[in-house]
Write a protein that binds this ligand. Sequence first.
Ligand code: C2E
Ligand code: CA
Ligand code: CA
Ligand code: CA
Length: 279
Amino acid sequence: AKRDPGTSYRFYDRQLHITAGHQLRLEADLRNALRGKELELYYQPRIDLATEEVRGVECLLRWNHPERGLVSPEEFIPVAERSGLIVPIGYWVIEQACKRLQESAELGFPGLVFAVNLSFRQFHDRKMTETIFRIIFNANIDTSLLELELTESAMMHDPEYAQRCLRELNQLGISFALDDFGTGFSSLSNLQHLPISLVKIDKSFVQELGHSADAEHIIRAIISLAHSLQISVVAEGVETEGQLEFLRQQHCDEIQGYYYAHPMPWQDLVHFLTNRGQA
Ligand code: C2E
Ligand code: CA
Ligand code: CA
Ligand code: CA
């Protein structure tokens, strides 16, 4: 059949319309979510391969939407980024993580690292370091236990400003991890010139293990490069024994994934750590 450009255009237009409407609706809901108590952090343990101990947790944002239930960050983070709402949301996340960090010490889990994701969009905020400084000062935490995860896209808008933010925060004791390493615009010079102490191998590589020799080569190369620069490596998305064994053989430092634990609410994490005898 002959394609009717008119029809397909209208179809496309309607799709766009729905998407824009959906986006606006989500944005309005998200604004309420931040004010109300609909946002929550889940915590996914990161296991040290040498000691089998939980070294830290990644804090992952969840949205308990009153009608839609749990909304995935894959859906609402991009909306929050486009609207700029990720800036106040991002500060809320750091504040919440600092509270839990403080609490974890009181519960008898000292030395647990709390990793928080930073969006590239938060680097558009000229008061970023100042605000983060105020949050950690008020929370009175051991800053060496706070780690911020960023992707290399954070460096693209204004590399000089981003670098300055990293240096200033690093001077306060905060450390940095490069997230989704190996995807996108990985640049080796970032590893050398930024205060990065950890890289996270993207789960897309880990999940190709056993199916693609390339994935093996890439992971080996990342680990050896990182180690030669005194940078630790976390592999994310580890789901199987086979993946774990490969990573162990390659001297990957830590792993994170469903194989050990899914992201979980705070109370579940406390039980998880207690059961493992880490208290
Ligand atoms: P990410 O930073 O790469 O986080 C890792 C994602 O992998 C998480 O998805 C986690 O639940 C998932 N994951 C962990 N282990 C496994 C596994 O074994 N298999 C599979 N298939 N997945 C695993 P989640 O929680 O849905 O978060 C998705 C993304 O949303 C995050 O990717 C991050 O980019 C973003 N995000 C989450 N929380 C925040 C936040 O507080 N701030 C910002 N800016 N972004 C966030
Ligand atoms: Ca992350
Ligand atoms: Ca990732
Ligand atoms: Ca990601």
